[in-house]
Design a protein around this ligand. Structure first.
Ligand SMILES: C[S@@+](CC[C@H](N)C(=O)[O-])C[C@H]1O[C@@H](n2cnc3c(N)ncnc32)[C@H](O)[C@@H]1O
Length: 342
């Protein structure tokens, strides 16, 4: 099913004339400088502010005259139920999360509670999600530019997710060469998960792969450690740390962790960024989709079978088969606008 809500988001607080409102506010990593203007305004407009005690402390200067509901870490559903009850009573509620409320935050549990209570976007209670800078963005900014190529995040918390699910995701992300941010890497009780993550990564990545461990980004006790994959698990890591593991191209220079964007595939960096032979600025690489298929056809014509092609290109044989069976496609001779690479 496809639903187009691009014109008027039905759940937007300003459009429904709803009595009460729940704003799921991402307050960013911790320092008020990194909180958005909308996050600040949503808290200022609220009658009730609900959140985990530590996050409530982070916005203490915005709370004067408000009803403040401090909840413990494991009381997420409770926070959502409380917010719904207050909003049903006509109050404006700011439900705050650190970072972004939609990233391992309150947005999901809140919608689950709302749906359970029969809420729909047409309900009198309006719901707004206020985006914030997640830990992955904050920590990356502090250590250099580790996310300039494909990345993903994996939480090592097995409080609600079985370990085999987490382990399979770690293994797949490591094999696929993603830069990976590990959220919830370790706590007082969960100490072995980071060791297992390291074990899985070392099956696919070099021991000297750069790793950055950022604790309390943009908070008072901010601490950054640059290390390598084989040393990762021995470092000081806690509940307020995010671990960034580089991909096979990530490097550390003058204390900065950088993942190349891929310019060296197209331009000769040592020759004044001249375009490499066979490549064109603003166009797909010669090994991009269409160029790759052309090469695949040539390999097949030279006698390579499906199994061999699958093993050479590290892709499923049935996918290779489908690509080769699809009609030939040619890139348009002139694109109307040049693509940019930044
Ligand atoms: C339950 S998740 C919440 C994530 C949050 N919603 C976000 O978008 O950043 C908690 C985890 O986020 C990471 N985290 C949150 N704030 C952080 C900070 N200021 N510095 C480093 N890591 C942080 C840590 O990995 C922590 O264990």
């Amino acid at each position: 099913m496809t639903t187009d809500t691009s014109v008027t988001p039905p759940h937007d607080a300003g459009t429904t004339g709803a009595a009460g409102r729940i704003s799921l506010v991402g307050i960013g990593p911790g320092h008020t400088d990194h909180m958005t203007a909308r996050a600040r305004a949503a808290i200022a407009e609220a009658d009730v502010v609900v959140g985990y005690v530590t996050y409530i402390k982070l916005v203490a200067d915005l709370l004067e005259g408000k009803e403040v509901v401090r909840k413990g870490m494991t009381e997420e559903l409770d926070r959502a139920v409380h917010a719904l009850e207050a909003a049903r009573a006509g109050k404006k509620v700011a439900l705050i999360s650190s970072g972004d409320a939609g990233v391992y935050g309150m947005a999901g549990p809140t919608y689950e509670v709302l749906f359970q209570a029969g809420w729909t976007p047409e309900d009198d209670v309006a719901v707004e999600i206020v985006p914030g800078a997640s830990a992955i963005n904050a920590c990356a900014a502090l250590v250099g530019a580790p996310l300039t190529h494909d990345f993903c995040s994996i939480s090592l918390s097995d409080l609600l997710t079985p370990w085999p699910v987490i382990a399979r995701r770690l293994d797949a992300a490591a094999a696929a060469d993603f830069v990976v941010a590990l959220y919830n890497p370790k706590s007082g009780r969960r100490t072995r998960q980071i060791v297992e993550a390291q074990r899985l990564f070392l099956r696919h990545r070099r021991a000297d792969t750069p790793v950055a461990i950022v604790k309390s980004a943009y908070r008072r006790r901010q601490h950054i450690v640059h290390t390598t994959l084989d040393q990762m698990a021995e470092q000081e890591i806690g509940m307020l740390s995010t671990v960034l593991i580089g991909n096979s191209s990530t490097f550390l220079r003058v204390g900065l962790m950088v993942t190349p964007r891929g310019y060296a595939n197209k331009y000769d960096v040592d020759q004044g960024f001249e375009t490499r032979e066979g490549e064109k600025a603003g166009r797909s690489l010669s090994s991009g989709l269409l160029g790759w298929i052309e090469g695949l056809r040539a390999e097949q014509a030279a006698g390579a079978g499906l199994a061999e092609l699958a093993s050479r290109h590290r892709l499923p044989a049935d996918y290779i088969e489908q690509v080769l069976a699809a009609p030939d496609e040619h890139a348009p001779a002139e694109a109307s606008t040049e693509e940019t690479e930044a």
